[in-house]
Design a protein around this ligand. Structure first.
Ligand SMILES: C[S@@+](CC[C@H](N)C(=O)[O-])C[C@H]1O[C@@H](n2cnc3c(N)ncnc32)[C@H](O)[C@@H]1O
Length: 390
């Protein structure tokens, strides 16, 4: 790879955005963003520079933009993102002074654009797409083919992103902040970052939390390797450690074990997080605490049935709690059973409309069958202890 300003020139007729970030010296502005604007009916480009938390704007024509890109920006920023009609591409400055294309993907069709037919039939992350972090994570081979044994994982993360994409298609913000609870090896976390930061060109800040220190360390190493500066992983127990106190737009969980999902949902409810995408697993809590007590006893007699009923009851109660706190949840089949037996996603968006009918039923069942359910207890401790009526 040679020079980014030459790539910018190629992208210009259909440029939707260019972002220069991570300056090499303290004198350069921390970030420079270029966007097309129409001034007096003509196309030009707005250069937005941030200094001391203030944004400064300058409108220039294509020729001047290229001069500025070549003489003032080239080599001064470690990372450049170019989003054009054709593709989104990320470039990283090498030690010898030129840039290397670190990842690229065909641009997503915009909402209402003419190319959007048949989107749902295509994977958002296509085989062959230049996503190097997926190579490090063992999902893609070095020539971006799917590693056959990881095909189920590839399908899962694609489906997850597809469901996120459906929900946030019209998201207008320039930034998005996300927490991933129980991120593990973080296939999903990397892909979320890639989807928002590279494909959609947003300022994406993502933190993945996990109990395993060595896994967290490895994920941070990969994020640094690809210049994903706003993607970080933290060693944390989400059931007791202090987590992010910043504004968060989205909480995700993918197979976070047992009650780790409840702590994630509880965090989202307490911090006014707008979007929740949660695929639970290992819902053991109710199964290990429920006793017989009434009409449902027939469902509790045989191990396999009991286990499935308790898992479904767990997610039904979680959904009821979300509704009671002003969320609109969808319960979606996440993936075909052949790819994962843990195949329900709770997808919820905050609307402010609180509905408590199902919550009343959940509390009645809890009292009658004596089970523990973490989210219910975290959100309604006094009602669960019988100290306060709903
Ligand atoms: C089944 S793995 C899923 C990993 C990843 N989300 C995925 O789908 O590939 C569950 C992860 O949750 C983590 N976990 C479980 N309980 C946790 C807790 N209390 N705090 C933080 N992480 C937790 C585990 O360490 C494990 O890595």
């Amino acid at each position: 790879m040679a020079r980014v300003y030459q790539e910018l020139e190629q992208a210009l007729p259909g440029l939707s955005k260019a972002v220069y970030s991570q300056p090499v010296d303290a004198l350069s502005a921390p970030k420079v963003t270029v966007r097309p604007v129409t001034v007096k009916g003509g196309l030009c480009y707005q250069i937005e520079t941030f200094r001391d938390n203030k944004a400064y704007h300058k409108n220039v024509e294509a020729e001047e933009l290229l001069l500025i890109a070549e003489n003032e920006l080239e080599g001064r920023y470690r990372q450049v993102l170019l989003v054009s009609l054709r593709e989104s591409a990320q470039y990283v400055l090498r030690q010898r002074g030129d840039y290397k294309k670190s990842s690229s993907s065909p641009s997503l069709p915009r909402p209402g654009g003419g190319e959007s037919h048949n989107r749902s039939k295509e994977y958002i992350l296509r085989e062959g797409e230049n996503i190097p972090a997926l190579v490090d994570l063992g999902i893609f081979t070095s020539d971006f083919k799917i590693v056959r044994s990881r095909y189920d994982k590839y399908k899962q993360i694609n489906r997850f992103i597809e469901l996120v994409d459906q929900e946030l298609k019209d998201y207008q913000g320039r930034e998005i902040s996300i927490l991933d609870f129980g991120c593990g090896k973080s296939y999903l976390t990397f892909i979320l970052y890639y989807y928002f930061a590279v494909k959609r060109g947003l300022e994406a800040k993502i933190i993945g939390y996990d109990l395993k220190a060595d896994v967290v360390e490895n994920c941070n190493r990969i994020a640094e390797k690809y210049g994903y500066d706003k993607l970080r992983f933290q060693h944390a127990d989400v059931s007791r450690d202090v987590l992010s106190q910043e504004h968060i737009d989205m909480v995700v969980t993918l197979h976070a074990c047992d009650t780790a999902t409840d702590f994630a949902l509880d965090y989202a409810l307490r911090h006014g997080v707008k979007y929740i995408f949660s695929v639970p697993c290992c819902q053991h809590e109710i199964n290990s605490s429920i006793h017989k007590g009434g009409e449902l006893d027939i469902l509790l007699q045989h191990g396999i049935i009991r286990e499935r009923v308790c898992a479904l009851l767990t997610d039904s109660i979680r959904t009821a709690v979300l509704q009671s706190r002003g969320y609109e949840p969808d319960v979606i089949e996440f993936i075909d059973l052949e790819h994962s037996p843990k195949n329900i996603m709770l997808r919820a968006r905050y609307t402010g409309k609180e509905r408590r009918k199902s919550l009343e039923q959940a509390l009645e069942l809890k009292e009658k069958y004596g089970f523990a359910q973490k989210l219910l207890e975290l959100q309604y401790p006094e009602e669960c202890a019988g100290k306060k009526p709903l």
